[in-house]
Design a protein around this ligand. Structure first.
Ligand code: HEM
Length: 489
């Protein structure tokens, strides 16, 4: 008996005790970070674009770094290994979203898919959008809309007859039209205002808002300088959203489906399930508006930013441009229904690696966990810096180089399983618009490369094209791209 205790039970007890002791030592051992100043913490060390600043700081403080921002804090994760542990092994512990003022006001009490907490309401709304808009079946159905919009884009480029055009703006409008026509049966009436609101919303999300930085302070909430501005924006958004909902209700009363195919579109489906009243979480008009705004933003800026960056990189790398054009022209001339582009796909992947439209994934932790020996408390804002991971030299040779060919020999994809490459995020909150987005990006790029030869305006060389990002949460280019499109005979 004594022998049994000595050989089996004692070591087991010892191991358990050691594990507990190690964990208790890690308890309250917060991740390292730069020295803080009273009141503002590390705010003075944060510069725009934030993902570049986080990358530089994490080289000094490690892949799990804590930043104190006035009355709140954020843990920045910069290594694929930790991302795998937190987004895969511990999923859904990091599937929540931090609560921020702009989400409360602009996204109708944070009831959009992007901002709502992880749970049944989120599941229900995400499922409806996936079935009615984002599934591969629906994405295929919307190809006629995509083709029509691309046709219009090609016509306006032809009309430009050799003069420089604002490519960035044209692509932004094009992506927005595709998304709006698919989701709510047509381009929004006051499209100009909607586009401005979308761009401004992503800008205000980036600003450091005093009420977010002192979340428990009523004084900070009263002092907030952006709240009145966001409220004005919300009022404008309401006018646009109310018009969409009223138009849909009117047409439904007269028995008409609102989609371009004569059937129901996403808004119709929301209104129908709202009327039927059988949902576990009944939805209000505000919920519909919040989710629709998600879709408008998600479907517009991300895809257009990717197309814009791909064009910039191809202009900067004429050999890659020539290779992509040769492939597209060969494949499209084959007149084969099963068109697949190999090199163009590598170009898109490499663009998403170097320029992920959403370079930082904001999440919040549910329960306290010990990660890499450090405590991440419950309710902690966690920022996954995918911009840094997608440039990690341990995974990517010459990471700053635009080299689509690298994917020829890499079995790395953006489906969420390779944590060094997460342009669509990972885990439960991964982007549901992946198929919709990549299909739009590929279709637009293929047709543009097929139909035109591209050059920069007179006097601008590829080396002159700057590759700095703007200061927003998206990694869009700071300056608009101007190009000359010559029709390909
Ligand atoms: C190139 C195209 C796109 C890129 C790179 C992209 C990227 C992303 C990323 C990084 C996230 C956050 C994922 C995470 O936290 O793990 C996200 C979320 C989301 N995206 Fe996309 N996206 C694209 C296209 C689209 C499109 C076309 C739509 C809809 C029409 C869309 C709708 C959404 C929604 C609703 C979410 C929130 C998901 C959730 O919180 O559950 N995205 N996207």
């Amino acid at each position: 008996m004594i022998n049994l205790i000595l050989t089996l039970i004692l070591p087991a007890v010892l191991i358990l005790w050691l594990k507990k002791w190690k964990n208790s030592k890690a308890m309250n051992k917060l991740p390292p970070g730069p020295k803080t100043l009273p009141i503002i913490g590390n705010l003075h060390q944060i510069s725009y674009p934030t993902f570049r600043c986080f990358t530089d700081l994490s080289k000094q403080y490690g892949p799990l770094m804590r930043l104190k921002l006035c009355g709140t804090s954020a843990v920045v994760v910069s290594s694929p290994e930790l991302a795998r542990q937190m987004l895969k092994d511990l999923d859904p512990n990091y599937a929540d979203k931090p609560r921020i003022v702009v989400a409360e006001i602009m996204f109708y009490h944070a009831s959009s898919i992007v901002f709502t907490p992880y749970g049944d309401y989120w599941r229900q709304m995400r499922k409806l959008c996936t079935i009615e808009l984002l599934s591969p079946k629906m994405v295929r159905l919307f190809q006629t809309i995509r083709n029509d919009q691309i046709g219009r884009l090609i016509n306006s480029l032809r009309e430009s007859s050799g003069s420089a055009v604002n490519f960035t703006e044209m692509i932004l409008y094009n992506s927005n039209s595709i998304t709006c026509r698919a989701a709510c049966g047509g381009v929004v009436k006051d499209n100009e205002t909607l586009m401005k609101l979308m761009l401004d919303s992503t800008k205000v999300i980036t600003n450091f808002e005093i009420a977010d930085m002192f979340p428990s302070s009523r004084i900070a909430s009263a002092l907030s300088w952006t709240k009145p501005r966001i409220r004005t924006m919300r009022n404008k958004l309401d006018v646009i959203m109310d018009e969409i909902i009223e138009r849909h209700k009117r047409n439904r009363r007269s028995g008409l489906g609102n989609s371009e195919f004569g059937s129901e579109d996403l808004v119709d489906v929301f209104l129908r399930v709202q009327e039927e009243g059988e949902l576990k979480y009944p939805i209000t008009n505000d919920n519909i508006k919040a989710v629709l705004y998600d879709i408008f933003i998600g479907g517009t800026e991300t895809s257009s930013t990717t197309i814009d960056w791909a064009m910039v990189e191809l202009l900067r790398h004429p050999e890659a441009m020539a290779k992509a054009q040769a492939e597209v022209r060969r494949v499209l001339n084959e007149n084969n229904d099963e068109r697949t582009f190999k090199y163009l796909k590598y170009v898109i992947k490499e663009t998403l690696r170097l320029h992920p439209p959403a370079p930082v994934l904001p999440r919040a932790s549910k329960e306290e966990k010990v990660i890499d020996g450090y405590t991440i408390p419950a309710g902690q804002t966690v920022l996954f810096n995918i911009w840094a991971m997608q440039r990690d030299p341990r995974y990517w040779k010459d990471p700053e180089k635009f080299e689509p060919e690298r994917f020829e020999n890499l079995s790395v994809d953006f489906l969420g399983g390779d944590h060094q490459f997460l342009p669509f995020g990972g885990g439960k909150r991964m982007c549901p618009g992946l198929t919709f987005g990549t299909t739009t990006v590929e279709s637009v790029l293929a047709q543009l490369l097929y139909n035109f030869d591209w050059k920069l305006p007179a006097g601008v060389t590829p080396q002159d094209l700057d590759i700095t990002e703007n200061d927003g949460i998206t990694a869009a280019r700071k300056n608009n791209l101007f190009v000359v499109a010559t029709p390909y005979q």
